[in-house]
Write a protein that binds this ligand. Structure first.
Ligand code: ADP
Ligand code: MG
Length: 681
């Protein structure tokens, strides 16, 4: 259903929503809050700490003053209680003068900052004590916004989305919902936006997390069942060629890489169908293993397919494979790249080459699974960073008369016991060793006042011939979100360092533009790349030695760890600077985990311990993230329950033909065919 079919949404608002990735009413309902704002009891002024959001209840005694600072009109008012004084400031809101009256008691609520030693409350909301009382302890959703799109607009739109689409029947049989103590789906879907209280929010969250896990696991199980018999027509003989390649590499494979490679070699040559997951922390060297497998398959005369979640990453893999084939003179391996952004004529040629079998090592993005691609004897499908692929995509690839071997590579650390719930009988190889001669990344967590030092440091690294990433959470400025954005950041930096070549990268650029920028960063033409998290996955530029992450408090630890993995990829000493925009104790404690560990698995565990099950943080904004709500380490109990249920359903009614499963069957069909769904691993 189109957004403009909702009351009050015109083409303009529709356009704004599309900027934040919401293109339909269905997507809108799943545009979950980033966090919730709760109204707490007013505090005494002395307890208002910079960096926090506070409310104070005071009687106004001073008069409001107004002045201009450049383009800004500032309204300010000093208020006091028995414990101290605080300055309230509003920007570009001259009408405040006639709103706030002397001698009247108000509750003011806003962010506390310290400005040249004066404690201020910025742009406070204004309530009568009675109004405030009725707001107390409600939870108000806060959404990811973009310029022109206000929180209020999102709230209204979501309310009318629910009003327009109500009455969806529960798809789980009543007995099951009872056994697992689940809130009704439709209630949960709306409570996640508008929770009546905290307990309801937690229950809503649990229900949605349960669904994410359950549908995913069930989908995989059903696919596995269809894939059926595990013998394979593709028996790939072992070859000396791969041994030679390994010998001629500029580095020695680690023992871990060697072991995993031997496992794969054995799988491919066994006559059994391979279904293997390689799990290895960022930088553990998974790509070379994929290449070796592709070489082995090529020399047996078959095709292999390597699928990456982003165009940037696909291109990078292709270039590396191509370079390796040239350097080593591997004539039997014929790589080709297929992504969404190749021109129509190029595309025709690539498709013809694939179909005729002129190429045999096919690298690309999800463009690889469109029905226009006809493979010739595809014996091996590798998916890199698989958590970004939908179940549907996997299904398309494996729906063949002669199912190919499957290899999945992931940096998402999940404990083996939980991996088994997801994958049942999938074989798991773990790469738990980083290549030798890697120096551990040096980390620091700092506040924004340290930024000049950080910039000096980055400049020194650049002068030494290295490169740097700076990551900002936003693409462009947003009205009520105080976070760095790449657009302004790049402009500022270019002014500050006219001699340094600075590039800018974000997800809303055209693919060709992104490629060009990534390419010139990889080739060292760009020294500093200011980017959003689009570089999170897989990008490998070993000469980059510094990463600075702005507003690090806005990212989950897992994301931060993945981001940091872009440096420390060679024998050069690398550094990661976590810049905290807000320095609450909790932020510092969380970031400190990264400071003390470079091990993804350990970080996930610690994060879980620290956050505890009652914490609301962790709803991910981006549809690119693994699961939207569920978190593998935090929700392991829910995961176990969902796994149990999936197993029971598969046991009792694997084809979902029982009447009680009618709605579940429909739900599954929809789930399997929506490639919008993204999954973990
Ligand atoms: P990831 O596991 O994160 O995908 P990559 O495969 O991209 O890691 O490898 C990271 C970097 O380490 C690459 O530049 C790669 O060439 C290099 N590398 C891989 N294996 C080794 C090794 N055994 N010794 C030294 N460098 C290696
Ligand atoms: Mg990788």
């Amino acid at each position: 259903m189109r957004l403009s079919e909702l009351k009050g949404i015109g083409p303009k608002t529709e356009e704004l929503f599309s900027k934040v990735g919401v293109n339909s009413v269905e997507e809108l309902k799943e545009y979950y809050p980033v966090h919730y704002d709760s109204y707490t009891e007013p505090q005494s002024i002395e307890d208002c700490r910079p960096g926090s959001k506070s409310a104070v209840s005071v009687t106004v005694t001073d008069s409001v003053s107004m002045y201009k600072a450049g383009k800004l009109t500032i309204v300010s008012l000093d208020v006091k209680d028995s414990t101290g004084k605080i300055r309230l400031v509003w920007y570009n809101s001259p009408f405040i003068r006639s709103v706030v009256k002397r001698g009247v008691t108000y509750v003011f609520r806003g962010n506390i900052v310290s400005k040249k030693g004066t404690i201020c409350m910025e742009h406070p909301e204004i309530f009568s004590p009675g109004q405030y009382q009725s707001k107390l302890s409600t939870l108000n959703p806060v959404y990811g916004l973009t310029k022109g799109l206000t929180n209020n607009t999102v709230v209204k739109a979501i309310r009318s989305a629910f009003a327009a689409t109500g009455g969806v029947p529960e798809y789980l049989p009543e007995q099951i919902a009872k056994t697992f103590d689940l809130m009704e789906e439709e209630t949960a879907a709306s409570y996640i936006h508008f929770p009546p209280d905290e307990e309801s929010l937690m229950r809503a969250r649990s229900r949605l997390a349960f669904d994410e896990f359950f549908l995913f696991i069930l989908a995989l199980r059903m696919l596995r069942q269809e894939e059926g018999n595990k013998s394979s027509d593709f028996r790939i003989p072992e070859t000396w060629l791969t041994e030679d390649v390994i010998e001629r590499l500029p580095f020695r494979l680690t023992n871990g890489q060697m072991n995993v490679w031997r496992e794969i070699e054995q799988d491919l040559s066994s006559g059994r169908r391979m279904s293997r997951l390689i799990q290895g922390d960022v930088g553990s060297g998974k790509t070379i293993i994929a290449f070796l497998a592709m070489i082995m398959v090529a020399s047996a005369g078959y095709q292999s397919v390597l699928m990456a979640p982003t165009e940037v990453l696909a291109r990078q893999h292709y270039e590396k494979l191509l370079a390796m084939c040239r350097e080593q003179g591997l004539d039997t391996v014929k790589p080709v790249l297929l992504t969404g952004s190749v021109t129509a004529s190029e595309r025709r040629k690539v498709l013809a080459d694939i179909e005729a079998g002129h190429v045999n090592a096919i690298v690309g993005t999800h463009a690889l699974i469109q029905s226009t691609v006809t493979y010739r004897n595809p014996a091996l499908i590798i998916t890199d960073e698989q958590h970004r692929f939908g179940v549907y995509q996997r299904q398309v690839l494996s729906e063949r008369d002669q199912p190919p071997h499957m290899l999945v590579m992931s940096a998402t650390p999940i404990p083996r016991t939980l991996g088994v719930i997801f994958y049942g009988d999938l074989d798991i190889s773990i790469l738990d060793e980083l290549p030798a001669r890697r120096l551990p990344i040096k980390n620091c967590v700092v506040g924004t006042s340290w930024r000049p030092n950080a910039m000096r440091f980055i400049k020194k690294e650049i002068e030494a011939g290295h490169q740097a990433y700076i990551v900002c959470p936003m693409i462009e400025p947003a009205e009520d979100l105080q976070a760095e954005n790449v657009t302004e950041y790049t402009a500022k930096l270019r002014k500050q360092f006219p001699d340094i070549v600075i590039g800018c990268l974000h997800g809303r650029m055209k693919p060709a533009e992104k490629n060009a920028i990534m390419q010139s960063f990889a080739e060292g033409e760009i020294s500093i790349l200011v980017s959003t998290t689009v570089i999170e996955v897989g990008v490998d530029v070993p000469n980059a030695t510094v990463m600075m992450i702005e507003n690090a408090e806005r990212f989950g630890l897992a994301t931060l760890h993945q981001l940091r993995g872009r440096v420390g990829r060679s024998d050069l000493q690398s550094y990661c600077i976590f810049m905290a925009g807000v320095q609450s104790e909790e932020t510092i404690r969380r970031l400190d985990i990264l400071n003390h560990s470079n091990n993804g698995f350990e970080i996930a565990e610690k994060d879980y311990e620290l956050r505890g099950p009652g914490d609301l943080l962790g709803i991910r904004q981006s549809g690119d993230a693994a699961f939207r709500i569920a978190d593998i380490s935090r929700d392991r109990d829910i995961l176990k329950a969902a796994g149990e249920l999936a197993a029971a359903v598969m046991h009792d009614d694997p084809a979902l033909v029982l009447e009680e499963h009618d709605l579940l069957r429909l739900k599954m069909r929809e789930y399997m065919h929506s490639d919008v769904r993204t999954i973990v691993l």
